[in-house]
Design a protein around this ligand. Structure first.
Ligand code: NI
Length: 205
């Protein structure tokens, strides 16, 4: 599970009940990414994979953690995870997390040959994305604008990364990040297969 946000998410009609996870990956500390993380790890006993700072927070509360920093990879039973750079804010919005800030990131998850998945996290467009070229089959890219890349920059990210499939994210949760994913899909054109997903959808790859 990456960035669980069910409760208080106006774009999601699932409250997280019954969701199972062995590992919970957290890109950064903002409330719309860690919102259900505590409930989920308390109920499932899942291991938190995140930055050193966020893992320290969860470790202090007795949860299993596996800390990373940007650029560092670790082999897990399901595949290899490397944290990638994200240009974004570092506040950790969890109870009693005053004093915690972190470097926001994304996750490059290598499940097996042909199943390489990248979740960019919340980020603006960066030239670092060109290092992902040739390493990503499925890319999850924010398109919401204001707090992350907007659609125009996300198209440029597609040009840098060259994934086969793109899943747009971080839009239409609130009016502040309202976007038309169909317009993004049209702008990407034949550069990648854009899959527009909503709460409860699944994609096999
Ligand atoms: Ni954020």
């Amino acid at each position: 599970m990456i960035d669980p946000f069910f409760t208080d998410n106006p774009a999601c009609d699932h409250d997280g009940t019954g969701v199972e996870a062995d590992f919970v990956l957290l890109t950064h500390g903002h409330g719309d990414h860690v919102g259900d993380a505590i409930r989920l790890v308390e109920r499932t006993g899942a291991t938190v994979i995140s930055s050193y700072e966020i893992c320290t927070y969860f470790g202090n509360r007795g949860h299993d953690v596996s800390p990373h920093s940007i650029g560092g990879g670790v082999d897990y039973p399901f595949g290899r995870v490397k944290m990638t750079p994200a240009v974004h804010g570092g506040m950790v919005e969890l109870p009693d997390a005053e004093g915690f800030t972190t470097a926001p990131g994304g996750f490059l998850v290598d499940l097996s040959p042909g199943q390489r998945f990248h979740h960019a996290g919340d980020t603006g467009l960066t030239m670092d994305m060109q290092f992902l070229k040739g390493l990503v089959d499925v890319a999850v890219l924010p398109i919401g604008d204001r707090f992350t890349m907007g659609p125009e920059d996300a198209v440029r990210a597609v040009e840098l990364i060259e994934p086969d499939v793109v899943i747009p994210c971080h839009y239409n949760t609130w009016p502040l990040v309202a976007q038309d994913p169909e317009a993004f899909k049209a702008a990407v054109g034949d550069r990648a297969d854009v899959r527009i997903m909503t709460c409860g959808d699944t994609l096999d790859f």
